[in-house]
Design a protein around this ligand. Sequence first.
Ligand SMILES: [Cu+2]
Length: 299
Amino acid sequence: MGLQLPKRGQSVRTRVGTMAMVSAGLLLLGACSSEDQDQIGRLAMPEGITDRSVFTDTLWRYGWLAAMIVGVIVWGLIIYAAIKFRRRSDDEIPVQTRYNLPIEILYTIVPVVMVVVFFYFTVQTQNDVLAEAAEGEADHTIGVVGQKWSWSFNYLGEDAVGGQDVYTAGTPAELPTLVLPVDESVTVELSSPDVIHSFWVPGFLFKMDVIPGRDNSFSFTPTREGTFAGKCAELCGTYHSRMLFNVEVVSRSEYDAHLRDLEEQGNVGVLEGAADARTQEGLTDEVHDDETSELGDQE
Ligand SMILES: [Cu+2]
C-alpha cells in the first residue's frame, strides 16, 4: 500500500495551527520589556560589570555565530535532501547507498576541527580572563572565604584603615556584601575551610571554585557602579542554595568609608571562615607546617 497524503482538511488545520503559533510568538516578543530585549541582544548573557567580562561575552557571541552557521548548513542539507530525494511515486524505492568513504571521513574530521577551534578560543578567553592585574600588583587584595553556608570577605592591608586587615561576614539569613571600588584593580584570593564552593557573580561572566587547601585567585577591575547578586555555584551541601551575597561597586571614597566603618565595628583581622579552620588538615602550607611542628612537640 502506498503512502497516504494528508487530506485537504487536515493540512488547512495544520496551517491555521502554525499561524496561531507564529502570531502567539510575535505577541510574546512584543510584550517583552526593554530589559528583556536587552537580554535577548546579549543572547541571554548577564550584563558584564568588569574589564574582563568582555572576553567571555565575545566568546559567547562567536560561539552562537559558529553554532548558527553549522545549524543553517545542517538544516539546509536536511531540507535539500528531503525535497531532492523525496519519494515521487508509490512503487519507487530510493537509491540504496551503502558506505560513502569521503562523506564518512568528512563527518569525522569536521566535528573534530570544530571542537579544536572551540577549544583554542576557550583557552585564549580563559587566559585573558585570568591574566593578573595588568600593571604589576592589583590596587586591592580581598580574601574571600567560602564556608558552610556563607561568605567572609577580608580586605587585606588597606591604606584607608592604616594598612590593617578588616573583614565582613554573613550568614544565610543575613547576606554579606562584598564592596568593591569602581575602576580600581582587585585581586580576589579564594579559600575554604570546609568543602568545595564556587565564587560566582553572574555580572563578572565568570566563576571560580573555592577549594580547601588550594589557593585560587583572579584579578579584575569593576567598571560599573551598582548592586549585583552573587552566589555559590557548587552544590556544596544542605544550605548551598542559601550561600548568597551581594556585590556593591562604589566610588573609592565610599569604599574607604566602608572600610573605616568595619574598623569602627571592631572587624579587624582576618576571618578564616570557621572556628575549626586552623585545626583542619591541608588548608594552607603554613597551617600544615604548624600542625606538623605541634605534633613533633608532642612526641
Ligand atoms: Cu557553597
